[in-house]
Design a protein around this ligand. Structure first.
Ligand SMILES: Cc1cc2nc3c(=O)[nH]c(=O)nc-3n(C[C@H](O)[C@H](O)[C@H](O)COP(=O)(O)OP(=O)(O)OC[C@H]3O[C@@H](n4cnc5c(N)ncnc54)[C@H](O)[C@@H]3O)c2cc1C
Length: 473
C-alpha cells in the first residue's frame, strides 16, 4: 500500500514522552502545559509497522520462550531485541552455564526449556566436561532457529522505548531502530526485558532491592583462552576462591570480595568467566550501567593476575572478550496479583493456579564486599534450598502485574520477594515463566479477554500438553 498522508495518519500513533525513563509512559494526546525548564516535551507521529496478537519486549530466555510458545498456539507475534542476538544473559551476557533444569527426579523446565537444552546438546553447544555449560555461538543459532521455525518476526538492535496506555490497558509499544521510531499494536504485551521496563512504564507498581534499596552486585562475564584444563583438573581442581586470602594479603585486589562464582570450561582451551562483582549497580539506569562497565573492565585485570599467579592451569590464560550485556542480577520486581515469597519457598507451596514449579537455592549476592555479607550469602545458599524431588509452585498471578489488564511479565522481574527472585531468576526458571505467559497471551488473544480472566484450567491443560511440570493439577 503506498504511504499517502491519510494512510500514514491512520497507521500511526502520537508519542509524547516527558522526563526520565520511569516517567516514560506516554499519553495519546500530549501535554498542553509549558514544561518546566529542566524538561522538554517530545512528540512525534510514528508509523505502526506491526499489528499482532502478542508483542514481546526482549529476547532473553523468557522472551524466546514466550514468543515461541505464543506462536505455537497460533498467535501472531512480534519480538523486539536490543542486542545483536537472542538469548540475553546466556549469549550476549556470555554466561557460561545453565543452572538446573530438574529437581533430580522431575524435569521442571519441561516444554521449551528442555527442548532448548536438548537442541544445544545436539548441536555440540555444551562444553566438553559438563552438559549444562554453554557455547554461546551455538546457543544463539538454537534461539534463531526456534523463532524462525515458529515464524515469529523479530528484530535485533531494536529498543522498546515507550508505551501508549490508558486505564491500565496498553495499546501500542514504541520502538527505536536504526531507521527511526515505529510502533507495534497488539492485544497482549509481554514484558521480558528482565528489568520490567514495559510493565513499569505502563504504570505497574514495582520494588527494587532490599529494605534500604540495596541491590545485588552485577558481573561482566568474560571469555578466556589458553587455559590448560588438563592441568586445572590433574590433581583435583582447586576452588577458584581457594587462594583469595593470599591474594588479598599480596594486595592483588582493590576490594576484598570473597564471593567468586568462577570459571567454567566452555571449549577445549577456553574458559567462560563469571568473575568479579560491580557493587552499587542500578541495572535499570544506564548511567549506573556505564560506570559499572568501566569498573568491571578494570577489575578483570586484577582477576587475570590472580588466576595466573595463584591457580594451577591458568598461567597462560588470555582475555578474548567481555560481554556485550552487563550481568544484572536484580533490578525491578514488578508487583503482581500475588507476591511469591520465602514462606512459599520453604513450604514448597502448591497453588491452584500454578504454571510450573522450580527449586534453585536462594542465591542473594551480598550488596557489599564485606565479610558479614559474604557469610550471610553462604548461610542462605547452603540452608535455603530444596532437596531431591522438591520444588515450589509458581502461581499465574505472580506473572500478572497489578493495575494492568493486558500485560504479563516473565523472567527475572516477576512478582516475588528478594529471596524467591534470587532463585527463579536463573535461566531454566525464566523458560518456565516465559513459556507460561506465551500460552496465556495466546489464550487471552483468542478469547478476547483480559489477562486476569484467562481460564487457568485451560492454560494448565495447554502447558501440560507442551511438557510443563504440573503434578498438582
Ligand atoms: C552475572 C550473572 C550470573 C548468572 N549466572 C547464572 C548461571 O550460572 N546460570 C543461570 O541459569 N542463570 C544465571 N544468571 C541468571 C540469568 O542469567 C538471568 O537472570 C536470566 O538470563 C534472566 O532472563 P530474562 O529473559 O528475564 O532476562 P535477560 O537474560 O536479561 O534477557 C532480557 C533481554 O531483553 C533485552 N532487553 C532489555 N530491555 C530491552 C528494551 N527496552 N528493548 C529491547 N530489548 C530489551 C535484553 O537485551 C536481553 O536480551 C546469572 C545472572 C547474572 C547477571
Amino acid at each position: 500500500m503506498p504511504t499517502t498522508r491519510r494512510n500514514f495518519l491512520k497507521h500511526s500513533v502520537v508519542v509524547t514522552a516527558i522526563g526520565g525513563l520511569d516517567a516514560c509512559a506516554t499519553t495519546a494526546t500530549g501535554a498542553d502545559d509549558d514544561p518546566p525548564l529542566n524538561e522538554v516535551v517530545f512528540q512525534r507521529r510514528v508509523p505502526v509497522r506491526h499489528q499482532v496478537d502478542v508483542f514481546v519486549a526482549g529476547g532473553g530466555p523468557a522472551g524466546v520462550a514466550a514468543a515461541v510458545a505464543a506462536a505455537r498456539q497460533g498467535a501472531s507475534v512480534f519480538l523486539a531485541e536490543r542486542n545483536t542476538c537472542l538469548g540475553g544473559m546466556g549469549t550476549a551476557g556470555m554466561l557460561p552455564v545453565f543452572m538446573r533444569f530438574t529437581d533430580g527426579v522431575h524435569m521442571l523446565a519441561g516444554g521449551l526449556g528442555a527442548e532448548i537444552h536438548g537442541r544445544l546438546k545436539a548441536g555440540d553447544g555444551t562444553g566438553p566436561d559438563f552438559d549444562r555449560t554453554i557455547r554461546a555461538e551455538v546457543l544463539k543459532r538454537v534461539y534463531d532457529d526456534l523463532l524462525l521455525e515458529a515464524k515469529v518476526p523479530f528484530q535485533f538492535q531494536t529498543d522498546f522505548i515507550a508505551v501508549e496506555s490508558d486505564a491500565g490497558k496498553v495499546s501500542s509499544a514504541v520502538l527505536a531502530g536504526k531507521s527511526g521510531l515505529f510502533a507495534v499494536k497488539a492485544r497482549v504485551f509481554l514484558d521480558c526485558t528482565g528489568d520490567g521496563d514495559l510493565a513499569a512504564w505502563a504504570g505497574a507498581p514495582f520494588e527494587k532491592g532490599d529494605e534500604h534499596g540495596s541491590l545485588m552486585p552485577g558481573t561482566l562475564c568474560s571469555l578466556w583462552t589458553d587455559v590448560d584444563w588438563e592441568a586445572v583438573y590433574r590433581d583435583g581442581r582447586q576452588r577458584d576462591d581457594s587462594r583469595l586470602e593470599d591474594a588479598f594479603r599480596d594486595k592483588v585486589f582493590t576490594l576484598q570480595d570473597r564471593h567468586l562464582p568462577g570459571m567454567y570450561r566452555v571449549g577445549r582451551h577456553t574458559g567462560g568467566g563469571n568473575i568479579g562483582h560491580v557493587f552499587g549497580l542500578d541495572g535499570a539506569d544506564e548511567r549506573s550501567i556505564t560506570q559499572a562497565l568501566l569498573n568491571a573492565r578494570k577489575s578483570l585485570l586484577e582477576y587475570e593476575r590472580y588466576y595466573k599467579k595463584y591457580l594451577k592451569g591458568f598461567e597462560q590464560m588470555e582475555l578474548v572478550a567481555t560481554a556485550a550485556q552487563l550481568g544484572v542480577r536484580e533490578s525491578r520486581r514488578i508487583v503482581g496479583d500475588y507476591v511469591l515469597d520465602l514462606n512459599d519457598y520453604k513450604s514448597r507451596a502448591v497453588f491452584a493456579d500454578e504454571i510450573g514449579r522450580y527449586n534453585y537455592p536462594v542465591d542473594i549476592h551480598s550488596a557489599k564486599p564485606d565479610l558479614a555479607g559474604h557469610k550471610r550469602f553462604l548461610k542462605e545458599f547452603r540452608t535455603l534450598k530444596c532437596g531431591k524431588g522438591e520444588s515450589y509452585g509458581i502461581p499465574y498471578r505472580s506473572l500478572v502485574p497489578r493495575k494492568l489488564t493486558n500485560v504479563l511479565v516473565a523472567g527475572r522481574c516477576i512478582s516475588t520477594d528478594r529471596y524467591v527472585q534470587s532463585s527463579i531468576r536463573v535461566m531454566p526458571g525464566c523458560f518456565i515463566t516465559g513459556q507460561a505467559i506465551g500460552v496465556a497471551a495466546a489464550i487471552a488473544s483468542e478469547q478476547d479477554c483480559d489477562t486476569r480472566s484467562v481460564p487457568v484450567p485451560e492454560l494448565q491443560r495447554r502447558l501440560k500438553s507442551m511438557g510443563a511440570y504440573l503434578p498438582n493439577c
